[in-house]
Structures are given as C-alpha cells and as structure tokens.
Design a protein around this ligand. Sequence first.
Ligand SMILES: [Zn+2]
Length: 210
Amino acid sequence: MADFSHLLDGYRRFRTTGYPQQRARYDALRDGQAPKTMIIACSDSRVDPALIFDVEPGQVFVVRNVANLVPPYETGGGRHGVSAALEFAVTQLEVEDIVVMGHGGCGGVAASLAHRFEDAGVGEGYFIRHWIDLLDAARDEIEASDVANPQRALEEAAVRVSLANLRTFPCIPVREQAGRLRLHGAYFAIADGILHVLDTATNRFRPAAS
Ligand SMILES: [Zn+2]
C-alpha cells in the first residue's frame, strides 16, 4: 500500500542506493539546472516521463497535469501554472525541444467524452470541468464523426490541441522559426508499453523505433 510510510521506505532506499549512484550528477547540478527538453505529460500515475524516457536528474523539465493539456496564451485573470512553467522553460532555460505526451486510458479524456462535470459546482469537479473544456472542440468533432475508438482519437487529439496552443505563445513560434526550438507529439500506450510519435508529415502517430 502506497501510504506515506512506504514513501519514506522508498526514500531510505534512495539514500542508500540511488543517491550515492547519482552523487556526481547531483553535485554537478547543485548550483543550477540546464535541461534541454521540456515534457508536458498527464498527472496519471502510470505515465512517468522519467521512467518512460529513462532519463537522469537534470535532463528533463516536466509539467504534468490532467490530460497533458496546454492552455492557449491568455494574460487575463487566474493563476497560469502551466503558462508560467512554459515561459520559464522556453525563455529562461531556453530548452531546445518540447514534448507533449498523451497516453492510453486517460481519465481526463474519458471525462470529456462522457460530458462529466459539466454542471459541477466548486468541490465537485468544477476545476476539472474548466480544465478539460480545452478539449471541447476536438471532442465535439470526434462525436460528430464515426471514429471507431473515440477515447483513443481524443487522447491523440489532446496532444495536437496542446501543440497548437503552444504555438499561440509568442515566445514559441519565434524560436521555432529561428531553428532554436522543436515541438514533438508523443503517445504512450499503457496496454503494450509502446511509445508512438506524431509524424508531422502525416499528422498521425506511429510507433517509435525500439
Ligand atoms: Zn491522463
């Protein structure tokens, strides 16, 4: 059972094995980070980018949220956590790649397709609703089609929505055009553990070479 005492057990294992193994890396990172890649992934407990991409501390700057979504560039109201992380990664860390990774069995996508939380009050799903409504247009399009697997289709569409919204931030297209930043779409299929990559030529996902 993953209660807090189990986390502390894990921490003790980290102190006796992982930390000594990574000691040189942590020493090198002590005064700052300089990751070259930002990853935007779902908060889902099964899709940890550090595990899937087998990266070390200091290599990837990660934002995780419900359904791996990026909001459009908006300056009014609210607290823009994703936008702040994005701005920091792009303009301060000057990352060279941004990866948006969707995944199979996404609860946020399922909620969108089920129209859950649409009348929810605060404390009952209001914040979820007003986050996954970023998928409404894509969801409506899929509902109006006869696609065989709407869940998979919207999971993939969520990646495309986030990539499109990334490009509404002025700091992104200017760097893309200068060849200093590349955007990538990815999809991790939990059922078989296979990563798919969005092919920009076809706008379709295909399995990454393993
Ligand atoms: Zn998810």
